[in-house]
Structure formats: C-alpha cells, structure tokens
Write a protein that binds this ligand. Structure first.
Ligand code: B16
Ligand code: MG
Length: 217
C-alpha cells in the first residue's frame, strides 16, 4: 500500500461549474413555467443529475412520466454541455494548480471523486486531466454522496487505505461522505455550512504549503 492519497471533488473545488449547472436548470424550469433561483441551486451542489431533476420537479409541483423525465434529463445535460463548451484553464479556481503541483512533486497519488458524469471532459478542457491517477465520477458509482462509495472506490483504485486519504470537498454531503469513509475531510468554502469537516478553508489561497506538508508528514 502507498502511504497517502488525495481526492478532489470537481465542481466547487477545482472549477466553478455550478454556475453552468444553474443556467441549464433555470432554463428548464422556465420552460416548465416556474422560476429557479440561485439560492435553490445551492441544494443541487454535489447532488446527482437525476436527484436534481427530482428536486426541481418537486419545486415546480410537476409530475412527470418516465419518458418526460428522461427527456428533461437529456435536455438539461445538452444545455449544460453547450454552456461548458468553451471552458478553458482560466476557469480553474485560485491556487488549485499550486496544490496539485505540490502533491505531484511529493509523488502523492491523486484521484477525482465527483458526482458529475461530465468530469473527464471538463478536466480535459481545463488541462488538468494529466494530474489525476484515478477518476471516479457519476459514471462509476451507484450511491450518491453522503454515501462514501465514490471516495472508497477512489481510495481502492489508488491503492491507498481510506484512513490515509484526504478529501477536498465544497458540499456538506461530500464532507459527510468523506467522514463516513473515515478519511480526513477538508472543506473548501464556508465553515458554518461545512460543519463536521476536519479542516475548512474558504478557498485554496487560504491553505498554505506548510499545512499541506504537515498533512503529508
Ligand atoms: P452531471 P461535484 C456535481 O459535481 C455538481 O455539484 C452537481 O450540481 C451536479 O448535479 C452533479 O455533479 C452531476 O453533474 O450532470 O455533470 O453528471 O461537485 O460532485 O463534482
Ligand atoms: Mg462539489
């Protein structure tokens, strides 16, 4: 077994794709005849596409046939893909490359642990794919965060014991998943929202190399 592994969530940790998810859900809600607000979009962070649509339909008091449900899932994703079409490295969140470079220079294996089924093309667009030894995303898991499946699978694929893994997460469900996996959980965002995280930083600019080196030692 290798000593340590680091697992990154995607949306809200590496890039802010939440704004594009929001635009696509907002467009669908408008077609269905109701407004979808940015506050409501907070509930969708880290949540699977299927579960998001279920919540959206509840918000709009809409009942759907299975066929309609599938059509709207596809439509939302097509709109989302159009919004992220032109994403590039300029959309990487501040200091993410510094952290990835420090881990790489210490030969630490790195995994992605995301609910998104679009994770791989997004990492390609922002030119970070080569940093990741393992990608576990919405295509590989059956249970959504806060279930620890995504992170346990990432640890297994990295060949690292869960207790030796560190998870970076921006969603409360993700922090709960990391804790359930008995990993070190590091919240990226608001410490009040991400209560339960072992450590919390507003963003990576607040996390210095000394902190990372302490984790590594
Ligand atoms: P997709 P993460 C999550 O990404 C997003 O936060 C969430 O809003 C989205 O619904 C989910 O991915 C699924 O995304 O529709 O691309 O499969 O935070 O787990 O990286
Ligand atoms: Mg996230």
């Amino acid at each position: 077994m290798k000593t340590m592994g680091f697992i990154f969530d995607l949306d809200g940790v590496i890039v802010d794709t939440a704004k594009y998810h929001y635009l696509a859900w907002k467009k669908l809600a408008a077609e269905l005849g109701f407004e979808f607000t940015e506050e409501q979009n907070e509930l969708f962070k880290g949540v699977s596409r299927k579960r998001c649509l279920e919540i959206l339909l509840q918000m709009g008091h809409i009942t759907a046939t299975q066929e309609q449900f599938n059509t709207w899932m596809t439509e939302k994703n097509e709109d989302y893909l159009a919004y992220i079409e032109d994403m590039d490295a300029s959309e990487i969140l501040p200091d993410v490359p510094r952290v990835l470079d420090l881990l790489k220079s210490n030969h630490v294996p790195i995994a992605l642990g995301s609910a998104s089924k679009n994770a791989r093309p997004i990492l390609e667009k922002v030119q970070l794919l080569s940093y990741f030894d393992v990608i576990v995303d919405g295509n590989n898991v059956t249970k959504a965060k806060p279930d620890p499946e995504v992170f346990l699978l990432a640890a297994k694929s990295l060949g690292v014991a869960p207790a030796s893994c560190v998870v970076f997460e921006d969603a409360l469900a993700g922090i709960e998943a990391a804790n359930a996996a008995k990993m070190t959980s590091i919240g990226i965002g608001d410490a009040v929202v991400l209560h339960g995280a072992d450590f919390c930083f507003r963003d990576f600019t607040q996390m210095d190399n000394a902190f990372l080196n302490r984790l590594l030692n």
